[in-house]
Design a protein around this ligand. Structure first.
Ligand code: SF4
Length: 357
């Protein structure tokens, strides 16, 4: 079977179901990455800006109706402190992540941080993952200096999406899809991603997720295994879940297949993958990922940003984290690219093609 970017749906399903072998799949993904973007590993410092959310996704620990933990928003001054420190250590890309909120104070807060970064940290790519927002808000963020937006579709099959979101008019698949399309059409470096291993999800669903990302021609992807959370409605269906090992291997196959389908995009070895397996970082990179996201959220907030249970909380200082990351990447022959924002080559090529170069 030919492992090229023209992989058919049938071939994708074959590999997802272990028709492999996996070693061949992972090797082909690494070759595709090496050929297109090289073996560098890009760092994206993540700040979990606020755990407030207006939504109630059935799988997420931060859902509005979960009242079992404290809600927070990190003040701008504290965010600036961690960004400065990350910058001083060589980070050139930062992700501001929060639940979805439309209030003016939240939007102003993000805009203020972005403006500070633009005025003070040279050569930084700011990434936002703050949910479905109106076009005019995104425009404000762009003007304030953000470049990249990550909006996970979570499940690209509408029926599956519907099964994991309340039917209350706030969680419409069509709205999410239009939001993602609007982000891409308005010139952002665009990322999406899906949950892998949801109850009732099939190989066909996952193959369609990969083909959706190819069709959308995205620039970045963050996808990870579904990890259950006790304080969510989906916890009741945990008996239907596959073993963690199976979810892990499925995630690695998804990373490899996406790398083969879209060789020049950025793909993250997600925290969820690293939560599932202490060697998730190495395994994700060996399967074709090229982005790692050290957590810069001040320690006192981290325990309250639990999208899923058991999330890894690294207590090392940033210096130690970067040293460990460098060593771990080095062991598998990969080099951490400091002082490089790591813009996806896919985006650069897309812009050139658009300009008719
Ligand atoms: S997945 Fe995102 S939008 Fe949904 S409840 Fe969690 S934080 Fe909110």
């Amino acid at each position: 079977m030919n492992l090229s970017s023209n992989l058919s749906r049938e071939s994708i399903i074959h590999f997802l179901e272990g028709g492999g072998p996996d070693s061949r799949l992972f090797e082909a993904a690494r070759a595709a990455l090496q050929e297109s973007a090289g073996s560098g590993v890009f760092l994206r410092g993540i700040v979990e800006l606020s755990n407030n959310c207006r939504k109630n996704c059935l799988y997420c620990g931060l859902r509005k109706d979960n009242r079992n933990f404290s809600r927070y928003t990190i003040p701008a001054g504290e965010v600036v402190t961690v960004l400065k420190s990350g910058y001083a250590k060589g980070l050139r890309s930062f992700l501001l992540q929060s639940g979805e909120l439309l209030g003016a104070s939240h939007i102003d807060h993000i805009e203020k941080i972005l403006r500070w970064v633009s005025g003070n940290l040279e050569g930084v790519s700011m990434v936002l993952s703050t949910g479905e927002l109106p076009a005019k808000v995104l425009e404000r963020f762009k003007k304030a200096g953000a470049h990249r937006y990550l909006l996970r579709i979570e499940a690209s099959t509408p029926e599956l999406y519907k099964r994991f979101h309340p039917d209350d008019g706030l969680h419409e698949y069509g709205d999410r899809l239009r939001s993602l399309q609007m982000i891409r059409a308005s010139g952002w470096q665009t990322g999406t991603g899906v949950l892998i291993g949801l109850p009732g999800q099939t190989s066909e669903n996952l193959a369609d997720d990969l083909l959706f990302m190819k069709e959308m021609d995205i620039d970045m992807c963050g996808m990870g295994p579904y990890l259950e959370h006790e304080q969510t409605p989906l916890w009741n269906r945990r008996g239907e879940l596959s073993q963690l090992e199976e979810r892990e291997v499925l995630t690695l196959r998804m990373i490899s297949l996406l790398r083969i389908l879209l060789p020049t995009i950025n793909i993250a070895a997600t925290t969820a993958l690293q939560t599932l397996d202490p060697e998730g970082l190495e395994k994700g990179l060996m399967a074709g990922a090229n982005v790692v996201m050290p957590n810069l959220t001040p320690m006192k907030y981290r325990k309250d940003y639990n999208l899923y249970q058991g999330k890894v909380h690294v207590e090392d200082t940033l210096d130690e984290v970067l040293k460990i990351l460098g060593n771990r990447c080095g062991v598998i022959g990969r080099n951490v690219e400091l002082e490089n924002p790591g813009d996806p080559i896919h985006f650069t090529n897309r812009m050139k093609a658009q300009a008719g170069d």
